[in-house]
Write a protein that binds this ligand. Structure first.
Ligand code: SF4
Length: 156
């Protein structure tokens, strides 16, 4: 039986709550971000990763791209240390982060890439701006295209 293992990191913060959302995510709780990241790092420190072969890391939410990019770097740097003896090398892991248009910029993308991210999931529920507004999304279709082009430029 395979003991391949995927790590999921949840970032439960968003700029605004979408009307259809039933994920664990909160807006107006930015005062909790730092302590949440500290708790997450403590859990990573204490977890024994040696029993499995880690093949993927997925950072989802919430909106991971809403928080400061240095928090993402801190989490990935720590995971890199912890996975030093993993059978799949750090460079060969699939490392994904979810980003939402309206919360990401070139600096963030560059930091993600430097930290090991090699896959992006960009949230787009519709190309219809009226519908996007109705469901409470913080961005337009044009802003999605800007994010998509930024991501292409960053070559993640
Ligand atoms: S961005 Fe995603 S997680 Fe955040 S409120 Fe909207 S649907 Fe929920």
């Amino acid at each position: 039986m395979s003991n391949n293992f995927g790590i999921y990191i949840h970032i439960p913060f968003c700029k605004r709550k979408c009307s259809y959302c039933d994920f664990i995510s909160f807006c107006n709780k930015d005062n909790l971000i730092e302590s949440y990241i500290d708790a997450l790092k403590k859990e990573i420190e204490e977890f024994d990763f040696t029993k499995n072969i880690v093949t993927t890391i997925y950072i989802g939410g919430g909106t991971p791209s809403y928080i400061n990019e240095n928090y993402i770097k801190e989490i990935l740097d720590l995971l890199k240390e912890k996975l030093v003896n993993n059978k799949v090398s750090w460079q060969d892991l699939e490392i994904t982060i979810e980003v939402n248009p309206g919360t990401v910029n070139k600096q963030k993308l560059e930091t993600y890439k430097e930290s090991g991210v090699n896959r992006l999931s960009i949230g787009l529920q519709s190309t219809n701006n009226r519908l996007l507004k109705q469901i409470g999304r913080i961005h337009t279709y044009e802003e999605f295209l800007d994010t998509y082009n930024l991501a292409k430029g960053a070559r993640i």
